[in-house]
Ligand binder design. Sequence first.
Ligand code: SF4
Length: 265
Amino acid sequence: MLAPPTAELAERLTPHDLVAYFRCPHEMELEKARRGRSAAGAVGPVRTPADVVPLRHSPLLAPPLGQARVLEGRIDFSEKDRLIYLDEGEDDLPVLFPPENVRLDARFVGGHATLFDPVLGLAGRPDMVALLRDGTPVPIEYKATHLFVGYHTAHGRLFDTVQAIAECRLVEAAFGRRPSHGIVLYGDASGSGLHEGWVEVPYDQAEEAWLKFAVHEIRSDQVRAPVPCERTCGGCEPNSEGICRYAATRYEGPFHRARFAQQPR
Ligand code: SF4
């Protein structure tokens, strides 16, 4: 009898895949097809059947949000906290730690920043990981946007919450200790800085259970249906190349979603 497939053999997923699927399963499928381009530039295969019926909402349930903490102002770490991981491929990340508190884990420098979770088959790169004074590692995802305006925990920025939960799992796998939460840090590098702030997304049993459910749901979905709507299609990267047949509007640029995200859902 054949052994059941392991996560190693299953479709590799990233936090960004989860975010894309949460918006629109077809977007995630097209993103993967773009990454699988042939040498001639043709996008890779797409599993979505031609007669698919577009959906009004993504089939993925929202992650738990009830205990997220919203904090306004500039984030400060204590002198005993350390920066232990940095995605060196990301430009324009804020400097949160003085040089003497930067102790990057040697396993993840020099082009080896991708973190893996072989159990769930996840891979990805948080922007940063802080090691708090009590030994807890915490992923930090930086959003150089003004999105703190109108943030409401009941609506939240669910896409960012999805990403933070997945990054907590990656950090736990890579550093061997469970984060209590992930941080989504909002800045406004080009503006006044009046709306800086951050959200602490808890990583507890409920969030972990949601993540396992989400990974299973995504891998089981053989359709990857489109969810056309102006809110998401206008900022959808595959739409910028004109490769989505179901787009509700033309591509409006990378900040289109950001504008919508300031409004309660
Ligand atoms: S353009 Fe709209 S429907 Fe098409 S993949 Fe993007 S978000 Fe989905």
